[in-house]
Every structure is written in structure tokens, then in C-alpha cells.
Design a protein around this ligand. Sequence first.
Ligand SMILES: Nc1ncnc2c1ncn2[C@@H]1O[C@H](COP(=O)(O)OP(=O)(O)OP(=O)(O)O)[C@@H](O)[C@H]1O
Length: 597
Amino acid sequence: MLKTPSLRALLLLAFLVLLFAALPFFVGPYGIKFATRLIILSIFVVSLDFALGLAGLISFGHAAFFGVGAYAVYFVSSDEGAANVFVALGAGVGVGAVCALVIGAFACLTRGFYFIMVTLAAGQMMFSLFHDTDIAKGADGAYINIKPDLTILGHTLIDFDDRRVFFYVCLALLVFTVVALYMLARTPFGRVVQGLKSNETRLSALGFDAYRFKLAAFVVSGAFAGLAGALFACIDGFVTPDLFSWHQSGLAIMMVVLGGAGTLFGPILGALFYVSLEETLKTASLVGDFVSSHWLLGTGAVLVIAVLLSPDGLAGFLRNAARPAKKALLQPSGDAPAEPRRASILATKDLAKTFGGLRAVDGVTISFEPDLVHAIIGPNGAGKTTFTNLLSGALKPSAGEVTVDGVNVAGAPAYKIARRGVGRSFQRTNIFATFTVEENCRLAAQARHPSVVRLTERLSASEQAKVAHALTVVGLADKADTIAGAMSNGEQRQLEIAMLIASGGSILILDEPLAGMGPEETRRVIDLLRDLKKNHTIVLIEHDMDAVFAVADTLTVLALGRLIAHGTPDEVRRNEEVITAYLGGHAPEIETEGAKS
Ligand SMILES: Nc1ncnc2c1ncn2[C@@H]1O[C@H](COP(=O)(O)OP(=O)(O)OP(=O)(O)O)[C@@H](O)[C@H]1O
């Protein structure tokens, strides 16, 4: 998650702002114009960092929003008089946001390489639109003859024609952009946006509609890119289709990565470094004729070295060497938050899933009643994970029904099923590895109100209590500030269970929760399951037969996708077909309740 910048980083940023603020007193018009470009470029790369660095959306067509922002100023300007500054910049922001909404509506349906391809293609389409048509004088570009100003009662308060005034407006807007996006990233909305980059699958399983959050983050990013474009149009009063070029998008990505993706301030350092490097290597009087005539080569070499020295970007040099251990914010709480809960019935009817010719789940009909632990067992490849994926919406069934309290949810997306109270853990641990333990649970608790427009914390007292309780019962209260990815595999699995508890689901589907756990952790989880079943419906898939027979109230046996037995552990233990198919011909001893504890 986005951290508070280190003191060193804050001091450097304050120094840079002061340095830039003093610049117009020392440099001439060329220097001011150069610095203004740099500031606008910084707004652009910071906007990209919100999508790329925080949400993990690698937008290779971000110049499209920059370009439309610039053209928006051209369209609201006229030769009769200056456009109002707020109208001009507002148009840039608005058009950037709308353009991001349209492109994002398609792009956010995809992931990874496909997202890159869709945004790249969209950016090139925008380039063609303005290059090959007469919308705004085509390939030649167009002039904004009178730059925007702000005139009230005959007094011109802001005039973009005045280089100094324009410079300070740009500087103020850069500070605003960084602060606004930083604050947004710290809201519940921002936390989910960062969860997108960390683990989209887990977000959906918690009940968040990942598509909406991706789109919202993309629109915010596009709006600020539009602002940068609108300002850029006012530097020379000229707009050209080249503003949409994919080179601009690629350069911006490079600056974000060079500066430190996901920090919001790092990309500014990246832009500063890149532009300074380019200018230096192009100046023959500084570096000689040979280097200046091969400046691209030199730039590439320096960038490679910079990235190798600090894979986290330039911002990585400013990170605190060792973060002092914070006192845990949470008061450990073993008491379950007082909240009436009604466990639900999860059932299937003729549920089937085929992969090509393989029937991984073959017509399973079963009902999991509340307040019990239902274990599903079966040999490897029996279809257990596929079955749970169908229950939780990670896979769409080929046929049949999945009902929660009688409502058929088969085929619904994972986040909709999660909102009906179905929480699941995965066979391979599925957490937000870059978040702290507490942040993981807070995000899970937040899933009960998964609105995109949740911009203030408003984590209710009961949600806070849930977080504290969840961490306490799984034994992770003292690790609240530990980065989740740095914990052992067993602890990460405990955290995943804590997230399910914090999310407040009434049906818990646990896929091999004991894998990778030591004896002590296993005992703790078994005790936890016995406790949780008092107000949950628990579906447990587990290979550890001792644990299964110790905790399960019912056993369901799958083999080759078919349900071959269902009943109490005692009944199943004596079932001949099960003994042959799965238990290796030996009926295991069942622990008595007394022996369990
Ligand atoms: N996405 C997929 N595409 C094709 N076949 C699949 C897919 N997922 C699972 N299968 C096949 O479906 C069958 C059931 O797999 P599944 O993972 O559900 O079994 P399992 O009981 O969970 O096994 P294990 O205990 O080893 O995890 C296997 O033959 C597997 O190869």
C-alpha cells in the first residue's frame, strides 16, 4: 500500500518546489518555458502512476487523454476573445475523464498484455482521428490564437499569456495533483484500487466488483492526464496530433518506472532525471560532439544502469532504510463482535463442469446446512477444487444450480456470490502480499460496503472490532503491522482465514487451509473451525485426514467428479466404496469429542 513518504523524500520534494518557485527570478523566458514543460510533464506522469503504479493498469495509450485535454482547450477557445481559465482546464479534465471512461469501459474487461494492447490501439485510433481528418486542421495541427485567462469585472487576474503567471499556475496544479491523488489513494476507494494491483482475484472473492474499481481508477487517471494536456496546449498555443503518439505514452511509462511506480512522487523525479539527462547529453559543449550526436545511446545506457542500481526506481533511494516497528493499532480482542448472524444454506443441484471431454464435476446434488463443518474429500483430481470454484463463482458451471438460501447464483460473478455471504480461501494462499496484515483485514471488513464512491474511512466500530477479533482468533494480532508477503506460508494461510472472518461471510469455503501449517498452527485452526461453526456454514476441503475426522460433522466424498458418499464421518468411514476409492482400504479411527480437545 502507498506509504507516507520518508522524511528524506518530503524534504527533497519541498526543496524542489521551492527551487522551482524561485526559478523565474533567475532564469530567462527559455528557462521558464522549459521548467513549465517539465512541470506539466510531471502532472502527466503522476496521473499515469495512479493507474499504473497503484492500480496496476499498464496504460500504453495514456497520451490519448493528454491529447484530448489539449484539443479541448483548442475547441473552447475562439479568435474573438480568451476562453475562461476554468472553462479551458475544466474542459481538458472533463474530456480526459470521458475519453478514459469510453476506452476504459473496453480495456478494463481485459488484463495484463491484453489491457496494454487495447489501450495502445485506442491511443493510435485517437491519433488517426485527429491526424487523418479535418476535425482540428488534421496533420498540420492548430493554433490557439488567444490563450485562456481569468477576467473578472474587467480585471485580468490570471493570464496564461504571461509566462510567469502560467508557470506558477502549473506549479500549483502539480502540487494539487500529487496531494489530491495521494489523499485519494488513502481512502477506502484507494485501498481497493491498490488491491487491484496486488490481487484482483482476492478482491472479487471478497465481494468487490473489480471492473468498476478499475474503471474508476482509470477515469481519475485520465482526468488528470487531460488536465496536463490542457496546460500543455497553453504553452505555445498549439496542438498537434503528435500529442497522441504512442511514443509519448511509452516515454511516460519509462519515467514512472524510472522514478518509482506506485509512489506518486517518484515519477516526478523520473521526469526530472530523464529530461535533464536528455538535455545534458544533447549539449555538445558539455559532453562533446561524439556523445551529443549519439545521445539516445547514452540515455539508454544511463537508464539501464539507473534501473539496475535501484529496481524500485529513484524513489527507492529515498525510502527509510528500516521502518521502525509501529505499535500495533489494534487492541487484541478475543470476543466476537456482538452481531446477530444467521448462517446460510449452500446447496447444489445436478451441478456439472466439463473441460473439453473431461467431466470434472459430474451432476453433484448436495446441501450444506448451517452451523456445521462439511468436509469434502476425495483423491487427487476428484474435482474438489473445481467444485469449490463453482460454488464461489470462480468458474461458471456447465449445468446445474448453486443456491444460497434457495436463491440460484450459478454462473454469477464471484463478487456477487461473495456479497451473498460466501467467503472462500484458495488452495494457493491468496492474500494482498504487499499490504500489512491489518490492511488485509481492513480491506476484507470494508467488503461489506463495497461502494466505489466510498471516500472516507467510516470503518464502523463493529468493522474495527471484526478486524481485531479476526486477527486475535487466528493468532496474528501481534503481527498487525507486518507485510503479509513476508510471513511464513502457514501464517499467510491463517491471515486468509482471518480475512474471511473479518469480511463477515456466513458461508466459509476453505480449500486446504492446513497446507503448509505446523502442528501448533493446525491445532489452532481446528479449534478455530469448531468455534466458527457456531454461526457459519463451513465447507472444508482438506487432505489431512486426522484433521478432517477431528472437525467434520459431515463428509462428502468425490471421485472422478461424482459424489460417491455423503453422511456423518462414522457412516462414511464404514462405506466400502469410499474405503476402496480413497481411504486405502483402512477405515481411520474417529477421534471422540473428548479426544479432540
Ligand atoms: N481449468 C482446467 N482445465 C482443464 N482441466 C481442468 C481444469 N481445472 C481442473 N481440471 C481437471 O479437472 C479434474 C479435477 O481437478 P480438481 O483440481 O478440481 O481436483 P481436486 O480434487 O481439487 O485435486 P487436488 O486434490 O489434487 O487439488 C482434474 O482432472 C484436472 O486436471
